[in-house]
Ligand binder design. Structure first.
Ligand code: ZN
Length: 442
């Protein structure tokens, strides 16, 4: 048994939302009980006790859309003329970087992003991967990194036509191999999805090929949808239909699928997303950085679409994405009082609901039977803190790096900012060597 106690506990469990001097007891990988610290210490005498020393105890964060491989873009010198639009961002940055990735680079870009995530209190991630010159085995390298980091991860490979039929088929095979492999994993720490880049790089023939390959498998698709306006323009020009209509015809919609961004959907497309129970993930910082527009978040909620929050590889800190999403909606809607409810709902409720679609273990609450994913934040509130105003404290006060202790599936991954199982400095030093070679090849 593991006890994490002696601090205010925010459970996100409506039946028992806040315990001022609380404690979480974890048996194996699952939460056994949440209660008063002294009572729990007595009841579970002899258990390992992690002392929060008055700091805030919360469920671990979930990142619903990530690109681990983007880590090696950090600080990369650019050899190409500055991009003038989103298509050029893809062409001059991401499609040069991903081609330069070896399997070793895939592993090191993932493990460093995962360490960053653990240090920001993130215990579950849904990743979308591309390495066209090193497709076979890439998801298995990322799985190795995720298992070493100790977090739960859903992985997929980004199928696209941009590098020819052979690499497209390798991507399909990698997805299927990994989906089948993950389906057999007993610990529920790994899941597979079928990754697709975006409508603009996927022909009808490719989508049919993907669909046939997915036959009989209980997994969804993870795809960028209408990120830039040119994605919709391309679909209308080539196929005489909108992206969501097109994807529905190929069976890509559905309650296991994730549509990322959805910035430029029209009313009809929003209705189809809801009717098919497809989930959407919003990535505010990436959208702002790529100047692709602002997702119609209020409309997504109004329509009844399950919408979560991701970082799109921009950062590993969910609280940064949370703050950005809040400011962006107010700015975009030219109203200082919108989206107070929607933003925390995305991060603290909907990301867990999205994960329920790919994992069996319930996540996102400190409640008996839920995954033992617990973080301690040393954010020191200058005003009264409770379950009723915690979202405001997190929005305006705490940061990802306020997290001092991260526990995932009952394993202490970081305590007092020190990683328990990994030699962070050695891994980052090696990553700098590996990334240097990637930069040379870009
Ligand atoms: Zn993305």
């Amino acid at each position: 048994m593991l006890l994490i106690g002696n601090g205010p506990v925010i459970t996100r469990d409506e039946k028992n939302p806040f315990l001022p001097g609380g404690c979480v007891a974890i048996d194996g990988s699952l939460i056994k009980e949440v209660g008063n610290t002294s009572e729990m210490k007595e009841k579970y005498e002899g258990s390992r006790f992690v002392d929060a020393r008055g700091n805030i105890i919360m469920p671990g964060f979930i990142n619903a859309h990530m690109h681990f491989y983007s880590t090696f873009s950090r600080g990369m010198p650019s050899k190409y003329a500055p991009a003038q639009n989103f298509a050029e961002v893809l062409d001059r940055l991401w499609w040069k970087l991903d081609k330069a990735l070896t399997l070793e680079a895939v592993y090191y870009s993932a493990i460093t992003a995962l360490i960053d995530s653990v240090k920001n209190g993130c215990t579950t991630l849904i990743d979308h991967h591309a390495s066209p010159m090193s497709v076979a085995g890439s998801l298995f390298e990322i799985e190795r990194a995720a298992r070493e980091a100790g977090v739960r991860a859903s992985l997929c490979y980004e199928v696209s036509d941009r590098d020819g039929v052979d690499i497209m088929k390798q991507g399909v095979k990698e997805n299927i191999d990994f989906i089948d492999h993950a389906a057999k994993s007993k610990d529920d720490l790994i899941a597979g999805m079928f990754g697709l880049h975006a409508s603009v790089t996927l022909s009808d023939e490719t989508l049919s090929f993907c669909r046939e390959a997915m036959d009989g498998r209980d997994a969804g698709y993870h795809v960028h949808v209408a990120e830039g306006p040119s994605d919709e323009e391309d679909s209308e020009a080539k196929y005489k239909k909108r992206i969501v209509e097109r994807f529905r015809e190929f069976g890509i919609t559905g309650n296991k699928s994730l549509f990322i961004h959805c910035i430029h959907l029209n009313e009809r497309e929003l209705d189809v997303v809801r009717e098919t129970n497809t989930a959407v993930v919003h990535n505010p910082e990436s959208n702002m950085g790529n100047a692709v527009g602002c997702a119609p978040l209020l409309k997504l909620f109004e329509t009844g679409i399950l919408t979560g929050l991701g970082t799109d590889g921009y950062v590993s800190d969910m609280l940064q994405s949370y703050k950005m999403a809040n400011a962006l909606q107010k700015h975009h809607n030219k109203h200082p009082n919108v989206a107070w409810g929607e933003i925390p709902t995305m991060l603290f409720e909907n990301n867990a609901k999205i994960c329920e679609r790919c994992f069996k273990t319930p996540l996102g609450k400190l409640r008996a039977g839920y995954s033992g994913d617990v973080i301690v934040s040393d954010y020191n509130p200058p005003t009264r803190l409770s379950d009723e105003n915690i979202n405001g404290h997190l929005l305006f006060g705490a940061e990802g790096c306020s997290v001092v202790t991260t526990v995932a599936s009952g394993k202490v991954l970081m305590q007092d900012r020190v990683l328990s199982e990994l030699d962070e400095h050695a891994i980052f030093a090696r990553a700098r060597e590996v990334s240097e070679r990637v930069w040379e090849a870009v």
